[in-house]
Design a protein around this ligand. Structure first.
Ligand code: ADP
Length: 304
């Protein structure tokens, strides 16, 4: 089973070109879609989730196994109802009804998803509440839940109906580290026979979870592949130096600075260069270096 996105483009009525010929192949497991705010991640996620139209291009979900509601191939842009039967979606903005309990809400959503048998529904709902670790608070109103609990509830509702394609848009924004950790563990358990697309601007989410990824910026794919392989390509090209804060702007003019970080009162610069930089030390690159190298390259090319 895989998702094949080809040359997908979208321009909003205000003239913003949110997607410019996006092509990606997404296989089973966790796929990280990384990009800064405004990159086009949500536009892409909403299109795949059948919630908005693209102007051109195609999205195919191929090789759905026997036993799913629609075995074979699905055209996401035209077979919307069939796609919705195999789709689980956790949107960026996730409102909950504050005076409804988690258990009642999940039961209601399961009915909407076509699970008509009450006993079957109850079994599914109880199972999901246990899976996302909300069983003990299942009779509490959703309005009393913390951010992390709401996100876990969101995952539970997205998992109803055993979806084969799960889309999670910016899930960890606003979660504290412990809640984020719990959420990561939960996501990593779903991966196996499912395509899970995790859209985020947080590099660490992808480092921890994803076997495949893409970086998008200004509506275009600027890198895609296995995170470790992509980072390996950067070896020998990232250099580090500690400088005074006031010197950063000067360095920006003479070097391709990909990131700056305050460390113990000094500012650490990471710069990209294919040849060694005088007075800089070599560093082993990580995903964050890759991300910023790709983003700054794209931004530079666009603004020149
Ligand atoms: P991301 O999820 O990566 O932050 P979005 O897909 O939300 O990116 O946005 C991509 C671009 O499209 C941004 O410039 C954003 O302002 C614009 N945009 C998003 N949704 C709309 C819309 N409904 N109408 C007009 N412009 C939009």
């Amino acid at each position: 089973m895989q998702l094949e996105i080809k040359e997908l483009s979208k321009t909003y009525s205000n003239g913003v070109r949110a997607l410019k010929g996006v092509s990606l192949t997404i296989r089973q497991g966790m796929f990280g879609l990384l990009g800064p705010n405004g990159a086009g991640k949500s536009s892409l996620m909403r299109t795949i989730a059948t919630l908005q139209e693209a102007d051109s291009g195609s999205v195919q979900l191929t090789g759905l196994p026997e036993g799913t509601s629609m075995p074979g191939d699905l055209d996401i842009l035209t077979q919307k109802d069939a796609v919705r039967r195999v789709l689980g979606y956790l949107p960026q903005e996730f409102g909950v009804y504050p005076r409804v309990t988690a258990e009642a809400m999940l039961d209601h959503i399961a009915s909407l998803k076509g699970i008509a048998n009450g006993r079957e529904r109850k079994e599914i709902v109880q199972g999901l509440l246990q899976k996302v670790n909300l069983y003990d608070v299942r009779k509490k109103n959703l309005g009393t839940y913390s951010g992390g609990m709401k996100q876990r509830f969101g995952i539970a509702q997205a998992l109803i109906g055993s979806p084969r394609l799960i889309i999670v848009d910016e899930p960890t924004a606003g979660l504290d580290p412990a809640e984020r950790n719990r959420f990561h563990n939960l996501l990593s358990e779903i991966g196996e026979n499912t395509i899970v697309i995790l859209s985020t601007h947080i590099v660490e989410d992808v480092t921890n979870l994803c076997s495949d990824m893409a970086i998008i910026c200004l509506g275009e794919v600027v890198a895609t592949g296995n995170p470790n392989d992509l980072v390996k390509d950067l070896t020998g090209k990232v250099w580090q130096k500690f400088v005074e804060k006031s010197e950063i702007d000067t360095y920006r003019k003479t070097h391709r600075v990909i990131s700056t970080q305050l460390k113990g009162g000094k500012t650490r610069i990471h710069a990209y260069s294919e040849v060694p930089l005088t007075d800089f030390d070599a560093v082993t690159p990580d995903l964050e270096d890759l991300y910023f190298a790709k983003i700054t390259e794209k931004m530079e090319v666009t603004t020149v």
